[in-house]
Design a protein around this ligand. Structure first.
Ligand SMILES: NC(=O)c1ccc[n+]([C@@H]2O[C@H](COP(=O)([O-])OP(=O)(O)OC[C@H]3O[C@@H](n4cnc5c(N)ncnc54)[C@H](O)[C@@H]3O)[C@@H](O)[C@H]2O)c1
Length: 329
């Protein structure tokens, strides 16, 4: 079987988490890289040895060596880029969030179906041992149900300004928190309602950059998030990019680091071990799954439904803004 040719649409920050795993994959290669920024294309070519580089999406999608694309552009552009790739008959890996609105996400899914191409979404926690172990502990009933997952995160936010544009990136309650919405759905089941109270702290932001949101699930489980990208550069008051714990009627799960989760129950604390892995391991497994799906025609484990449902939660939270309200999903 010939190698799968992958094209990159967008050669910015996150594309660097994917590109090495295409280069090292025995059954795939980077067939072409595209970005509107010429320097980003040139840097990609220099770093990954890709011969074909272009600033034209038509040229990339017209290239017969490109079997599949990895969409790494600002979120507000995902609908345009995914639809164009689907219409060109290319299989698609699209970074999260799928889109800024459910309507757009549904149109993207329909375009992929109509053109018979696969769509995988970049919810990389599905390939991370720590998150998988956390889900396993909750589902085993070790701390009982229902549970409350508390997530607290604050910092200056990502470097590119579009992340804090309401139209292109939408701020942390869609861009960063969409990982939580997806993981909560994967672990708890479907969400039933959200409430929120959001703020904009940064003068340069027209998106909600700070606030609190609560998501309820039909299982009775709950996700509570307090999140900000409104701090000045350099501020990082919470460890890493977030602090999490999960509270249940039978105890609590704490993220202890170094390949362990600490579970406190009435019987005392227990350390639950897992094989510790790092970001590159998750991204490598995620890309390997995409290549395998393209080779075999199998549906990706994380696809349009996950993308649409996570966007539904985000869209409802953003619709509330700074006047607290409850929105049914
Ligand atoms: N999986 C994760 O954990 C994760 C982490 C970071 C970002 N992301 C997501 O990945 C996407 C990209 O984020 P990023 O951090 O790489 O952003 P970035 O700003 O670093 O890079 C975006 C790139 O897209 C290019 N671009 C802009 N308009 C374009 C167009 N019309 N055609 C082609 N290229 C264009 C820019 O020139 C830039 O190089 C976003 O949806 C973001 O939410 C996911």
């Amino acid at each position: 079987m010939s190698k799968i040719g992958i094209g990159f649409i967008g050669c910015g920050g996150i594309h660097r988490a994917h590109a090495p795993h295409v280069v090292e994959h025995p059954d795939a290669f980077i067939a072409c890289a595209m970005d509107v920024n010429e320097q980003a294309v040139a840097k990609h070519q220099e770093d990954y040895g890709t011969e074909c580089g272009t600033t034209s999406i038509e040229e990339l999608l017209g290239n017969d060596a490109v079997d599949a694309v990895v969409v790494c552009t600002p979120t507000g552009l995902h609908p345009e880029h995914v639809t164009a790739a689907a219409e060109a008959g290319k299989h698609i890996f699209c970074e999260k969030p799928m889109a800024m609105t459910v309507a757009e996400a549904e149109q993207m899914a329909a375009a992929c179906d109509a053109n018979g191409v696969l769509l995988q979404l970049g919810f990389v926690r599905h390939y991370c041992n720590e998150w998988l172990k956390m889900r396993e502990i909750i589902q085993s009933g070790m701390i009982g149900r229902p549970v409350v997952w508390r997530s607290v995160s604050a910092g200056a936010g990502p470097r590119s300004p579009w992340f804090l544009s309401a139209k292109m990136g939408g701020g942390p309650f869609i861009d960063g928190a969409v990982h939580n919405y997806d993981w909560a759905r994967f672990t708890f089941g479907d969400a039933t309602r959200v409430c929120a109270n959001l703020r904009t702290m940064k003068a340069a932001s027209d998106a909600w950059d700070t606030g609190t949101a609560v998501v309820d699930f039909e299982s009775g489980d709950q996700l509570i998030m307090c999140w900000s990208w409104g701090l000045p550069s350099g501020e990082q008051p919470t460890p890493g990019d977030a602090a999490h714990d999960i509270l249940g009627p039978g105890g609590a799960i704490l993220f202890a680091g170094e390949g362990k989760l600490k579970v406190n129950t009435a019987d005392g604390p227990q350390m639950v071990e897992f094989e510790q892995d790092t970001g590159p391991d998750w991204f490598r497994r995620q890309m390997a799954h995409f290549v395998e799906c393209v080779q075999t025609g199998a549906q990706p484990q994380v696809g349009a439904r996950e993308g649409i449902e996570a966007t539904r939660i985000a869209e409802a939270i953003l619709s509330i803004g700074d006047v607290p309200a409850v929105v049914a999903l």
